[in-house]
Design a protein around this ligand. Structure first.
Ligand code: IPD
Ligand code: CA
Ligand code: CA
Length: 270
């Protein structure tokens, strides 16, 4: 099967049809303190994440039976050999949902090797569904969106994820935070990397940066940014797909802000 054999428009619509009801399911959930499991330091999970993943895997398997999975709660970890994989975060913003903070989403990408070809990020709280397929632009609830046209760092709104388990680059991170705090309109921490990237794609944020993410946090969001005219790269400015999908370093920006933003990151992270 080649990419040409796939109708990306139809697949994206079908994926959205699977994802929206899972988002609606998330919206109904409350997680009691004794239902929270800790996978590792500050990495939480509950029955909600697991049930959402099961529903997505069932639905997406029917959409494209040939595709494998790489999903946060464990589905498909042995599927590395297949060409097409669904990269799934059933609930991005788990800590927010557990604490009752209404900022979370479902994030699903279809990747061809390491290249995202479909991306869907659905925020059920605001009923906002961001979709993109390769070459087709980015849409929000069906309407085309673009990343911001801002051209000066001093006009930028910057999103980030604060380190909460990998503190090896904390000093560098704080240096970047200081420079952005002093040189922009401000900083935001949503608690969902997928929403951060979707917001870069639709021009709400001008920059997003975070280190030590995972493929399922960013696979869909990277494509949303790329298809909206934005730039995605690592902290050195490289955009090699495998390195980018690993989530080790994620930087996304509107093109007019790229150079100034990246120079802050390069200075801070050396
Ligand atoms: C988390 C969110 C958060 C980021 C974390 C991720 P989860 O994903 O994307 O914004 O800072 O590193 O782990 O655990 O809510 O799926
Ligand atoms: Ca996540
Ligand atoms: Ca998750």
């Amino acid at each position: 099967m080649t990419l040409k054999d796939l109708s990306l428009t139809a697949l994206t619509e079908a994926a959205e049809g699977v994802i929206r009801p899972v988002g609606a399911f998330l919206l109904e959930q409350k997680v009691a303190q004794d239902q929270v499991e800790t996978k590792s330091l500050n990495s939480l999970v509950s029955h909600v994440d697991k049930e959402a993943e099961a529903r997505l895997v069932k639905g997406l398997s029917a959409v494209l039976p040939e595709a494998g999975f790489l999903a946060e709660e464990g589905t498909g970890s042995g599927d590395g050999h297949v060409r097409f994989r669904w990269v799934v975060d059933p609930l991005d913003g788990t800590t927010n949902l557990i604490h009752g903070l209404p900022v979370f989403c479902v994030s699903v990408a279809l990747v061809d090797g390491d290249d995202p070809v479909i991306g869907v990020v659905y925020d059920p709280t605001r009923d906002e569904c961001f979709t993109a397929f390769k070459g087709g632009g980015t849409r929000l609830n069906g309407q085309p969106v673009q990343c911001s046209g801002r051209v000066q760092l001093s006009d930028a709104l910057v999103a980030t994820g604060v380190p909460h388990w990998d503190f090896t680059r904390m000093e560098d991170y704080l240096a970047a935070l200081t420079a952005f705090a002093k040189g922009t309109r401000g900083l935001r921490r949503m608690g969902s990397a997928a929403i951060d990237l979707a917001y870069v794609a639709c021009g709400r944020f001008d920059i997003f940066f975070e280190y030590s993410l995972q493929p399922w946090d960013i696979a869909a969001g990277l494509l949303l940014v790329q298809e909206s005219g934005g730039i995605t790269c690592d902290f050195g400015g490289e955009s090699e797909p495998q390195a980018l999908l690993s989530g080790r370093e994620t930087f996304a920006a509107a093109p007019g802000i790229l150079d100034e933003g990246l120079s802050v990151i390069r200075n801070a992270f050396g």
